[in-house]
Design a protein around this ligand. Structure first.
Ligand SMILES: Cc1cc2nc3c(=O)[nH]c(=O)nc-3n(C[C@H](O)[C@H](O)[C@H](O)COP(=O)(O)OP(=O)(O)OC[C@H]3O[C@@H](n4cnc5c(N)ncnc54)[C@H](O)[C@@H]3O)c2cc1C
Ligand code: SF4
Ligand code: SF4
Length: 593
């Protein structure tokens, strides 16, 4: 195998599994160490630069970082990365003075942003301090997009949204609240240099089955119903409620219905429990609140009595797999099931809708009604128009919307400086030695054996008594410290220097994970099988260093390394070193040009 180029920015980045998996590449272990040190404001500011909404995401993030977390190679559960982020937000000091100031001098460029959701706000957050005039339009009166209109207040209080959208709007951003853009052509005719579409995926799918029209008065589209609840337009629901759908919207619907007077609330899903799209923790929260989930039932008919909904009839199905392992739901042959109910919430998916974009505005749309958007630059076929967040590629989540927003800001900054936006700059990387004394490191390298700490919850009676009472209470400082101690500091990397190595095997002997092997070189497949412990996870690299005196190579399996630094402590010549790797994605500004 070729020797590894550890200077390539992606090499160590991939080893920091959580940061690599986070769409916005938040430097997770760095902020977790700061939380452990009680430096909450510093931890908050690191997050704010990457993911812009630490308090919001610390409560709601879809957490793609957690399944990637290296801790699961030591025990079952990953570090509670998401909930630690909330700790930084909950315990920070007043950080207003640490925020960038509105630009003293404007650069003369005007950007229109449609929608005040996380995508547009991230673009504004990156561009406004650089002197761009950012004008954000939203049909709603308050900023936040679906974070405000969809996510129930018992998961995300308004005060947190106010604070974090406020940090962005206070950067000198003009917010045209309650102003829906009705015509893209009219907007393009104004004096904007760029238009960013961050209008989300606002249309909830419906179910076209018999009885739908007749019983319409008690059948509600889930996302519309949730926003009516959020905006205080709805305060009650029938006692017996059926929620159709298996995603996170369905979980928010059933839990909201429970709080608005639903006593017998059930979720009905066409798939099996394990295949449901809802995140496991959302399903757990619904279960904790006594909401049953019924599986393998396909809605067939809304039953009604003279237009008054009385129940839903379901066909029972089962999963069958074809030769290619693809799953199909087929009738099970069992009798249909009727669930009686007073109201139904339909939460079977969302779609984009752009009725306000004229089809002759120079923006190409595909056969599914989606804009044609470049996956790297986010530019549409009209060079002045960019799409971000759910509007770009369909419904996803907040952290993806944020990640898109950063990239759009880079594209705009480059474009308006006359540069090729396809040429994206590499991230900034620093690598710093962590040695303080012979056996002392600047980070805690002892692997604690604690299992994941549960986030305390409000008791059910209090939680269910109000639609606004926050259910999760968050870690206190003591629990946060204990949970932070579970992080393995995967950003502290093992760096090997072959010229210093005398091949004494001391590191090989001391490594608790059998990560290190000195051996003859070979091709990757052969080498993976010949390591001290066969390296079976092909997604994780083998770190190869040549130049040893015996002509052998050092091969280290990055998959199992715990970053404990015992190799570097034991090595008599200092051939192993522990270096802190810090990667910062390039944001809009001089660094991206
Ligand atoms: C019920 C529900 C729960 C969710 N829970 C989570 C969660 O827990 N975690 C998570 O990460 N994600 C969650 N999501 C998804 C998340 O909210 C979205 O992916 C994210 O908000 C998308 O951000 P965005 O900026 O693209 O658009 P949005 O947040 O949708 O914002 C778009 C904004 O544009 C405005 N707008 C639209 N058209 C116009 C127009 N023509 N003129 C002016 N304004 C306009 C809208 O009013 C809206 O405010 C949830 C979604 C739903 C439906
Ligand atoms: S152990 Fe810590 S640094 Fe490593 S992946 Fe998990 S959270 Fe990230
Ligand atoms: S840091 Fe060194 S001793 Fe510790 S697990 Fe990794 S290779 Fe082994």
């Amino acid at each position: 195998m070729k020797a590894t180029d550890i200077a390539a920015p992606d090499y160590f980045h991939k080893v920091v599994d959580c940061q690599w998996a986070c769409p916005a590449h938040t430097p997770v272990p760095e902020y977790i160490r700061l939380i452990a040190a009680g430096r909450y404001s510093d931890a908050y500011m690191i997050n704010w630069r990457s993911n812009v909404f630490p308090g919001i995401l610390g409560r709601t993030c879809d957490r793609p970082c957690e399944p990637a977390c290296r801790r699961v190679r030591v025990e079952d559960e990953p570090v509670a990365i998401c909930r630690l982020k909330r700790v930084a937000a909950d315990y920070k000091d007043d950080v207003t003075r640490r925020m960038p100031q509105p630009a003293a001098v404007k650069n003369g460029k005007r950007i229109a942003l449609i929608g005040a959701g996380p995508a547009s706000l991230t673009v504004a957050r990156d561009l406004a301090p650089l002197g761009y005039t950012c004008v954000v339009y939203d049909g709603d009166k308050r900023a936040g997009g679906m974070m405000r209109s969809q996510i129930p207040k018992f998961r995300l209080p308004d005060s947190v949204i106010d604070e974090e959208t406020g940090f962005v709007l206070n950067l000198g951003v003009e917010f045209r609240a309650g102003t829906r853009v009705e015509s893209m052509a009219a907007l393009l005719a104004e004096d904007y240099d760029i238009v960013v579409v961050g209008s989300g995926a606002p249309r909830g799918r419906d179910l076209d089955i018999p009885g739908r029209k007749e019983a319409a008065g008690n059948i509600h589209i889930g996302i519309d119903w949730l926003s009516s609840v959020s905006f205080d337009h709805i305060h009650g629901i029938g006692k017996r409620v059926i929620v159709l759908g298996g995603g996170n919207t369905a979980m928010d619907c059933c839990r909201s219905a429970r709080r608005l007077g639903g006593e017998d609330v059930k979720v009905v899903v066409r798939s099996g429990f394990d295949e449901m799209k809802a995140s496991p923790w959302e399903k757990e929260d619904a279960a904790r609140e006594g909401i049953p989930i019924h599986n393998f039932l396909v809605p067939k008919e809304f039953k009604h009595d003279g237009g008054k909904l009385t129940g839903v009839l379901f066909e029972k199905v089962k999963a069958e797999f074809d030769a290619k392992g693809r799953r199909k739901l087929v009738p099970s042959g069992e009798p249909d099931v009727l669930f009686e109910c007073d109201d139904v919430l339909v939460a079977v998916g969302q779609e984009n809708a752009f009725p306000w974009i004229e089809r002759d505005a120079g923006i190409a749309f595909d056969d599914h009604g989606m804009p044609v958007v470049d996956k790297v630059t986010f530019q549409s076929s009209n060079p002045k128009v960019f799409f971000a967040g759910d509007a770009a590629f369909g419904p996803k989540n907040i952290i993806w919307a944020v990640a898109h927003g950063h990239e759009v800001a880079v594209s705009i900054d480059k474009l308006l400086h006359g540069e090729d936006i396809a040429q994206r700059p590499l991230p900034a990387v620093t690598v710093v030695n962590q040695k303080m004394g012979i056996h002392e490191w600047s980070y805690k390298n002892e692997v604690v054996l604690d299992e994941r700490y549960a986030v305390p919850h409000q008791d059910n009676a209090t939680a269910l008594s109000s639609i606004k009472a926050e259910v999760e209470l968050g870690f206190d400082a003591k629990l946060a410290l204990a949970e932070a101690g579970r992080c393995l500091n995967c950003d502290v990397e093992t760096v090997f220097s072959a010229p210093l190595c005398i091949e004494c095997d001391a590191c090989v002997d001391v490594c608790p994970m059998d990560s290190i092997t000195f051996t003859e070189n070979g091709d990757e497949e052969d080498l993976r099988g010949r390591l001290r412990a066969p390296a079976l996870n092909l997604a994780q690299d083998i770190y190869v260093a040549d130049g040893l005196k015996t002509g052998r190579i050092m091969a280290k399996d990055e998959d199992v390394c715990l970053h404990c630094g015992l190799c570097a402590e034991r090595c008599p010549t200092g051939a192993w070193d522990m270096n802190k790797f810090y990667l910062e994605v390039t944001h809009a500004g001089p660094a991206c040009r």
